[in-house]
Design a protein around this ligand. Sequence first.
Ligand code: C2E
Ligand code: MG
Ligand code: MG
Ligand code: MG
Length: 285
Amino acid sequence: EDSQRKRKTWSAYEAPQVQEARWQHSFQSQLSDALLNGEIWVAYQPQLDLKTNRIVGAEALARWSHPKLGNISPTEFISQAEKHQRIERLTLYVLNEAIGRAAEMLNHIPGFTMSVNMSALLLHRHDLAGQIRALLTAHGVAAQHLTIEITETAEIEDSDAVRYTLAMLREMGCRLSIDDYGTGQSNLDYLTRFEADEIKIDKRFVDNILDSKRNREVVTSTIEMAHRLGATTVAEGVEDERTLTILSDLGCDVIQGYLIGKPMRFDNFMIAVTSAQPSSGRATG
Ligand code: C2E
Ligand code: MG
Ligand code: MG
Ligand code: MG
């Protein structure tokens, strides 16, 4: 009798762990289905070289168009995927798509680079570099056309496995980028731990560059430091011409943002980039 009552109580109130387990289960199967159904796709956002005024690359950004829930933001589903061990599959999906598209872009823009976001959680996988090499080979893309953006959703472990992956990627010839520079806890630490080829200046600093002298100083010294370390700089989230002008004056190498183009489906990206390229080098979303 006692146990019966208990069972009733439990069924009326679902413990958070049970709810979490349910969500986890449904999320895992939904994400796996989403990959198979094509609900997950990759958007491409153009990157403009400020010296040449030409599109020189793109960032691949994951998108989930859920049939019931609508568009789910990557900030939401990436963190869920990281929590529920689905990030590897998702990342390999994005890598495969993006490298395939890089091969197409290289027919139009010889030095094109494709940037793909990499969760820090995956860097300790000993097979990651090998998997990337296999994808590059399969698509016939040289490693220097792939930039791995290391995003700090999780702190980068300072382990042998991580050092091995980063060293392997560099040895292969992939470019390494530190994403959202300045917003994490240990970005300066990263600079000393591996040789980054690129630093992406977070939108937070870029946004205030017009109004805040302090922000301008921070951006100026970040660009200078990057150059001293042999790295290029990419400014994120540039939305207006005045910001572009300041960044150009400060010696920033590349910009990315709505001013140049929003993240878009590849077909639109190709049209925007190839039609804009010969004249102005400016693409619109
Ligand atoms: P992120 O790597 O810093 O990507 C830049 C974000 O800024 C993108 O948001 C992009 O759409 C947005 N953005 C670009 N230009 C502008 C602008 O001018 N104005 C404004 N307001 N926003 C702009 P998105 O696509 O929502 O992605 C959010 C984050 O999700 C990314 O930030 C990245 O950290 C993560 N993410 C996206 N795709 C992947 C992926 O395939 N793997 C992993 N691990 N993370 C991903
Ligand atoms: Mg990024
Ligand atoms: Mg970023
Ligand atoms: Mg960002």
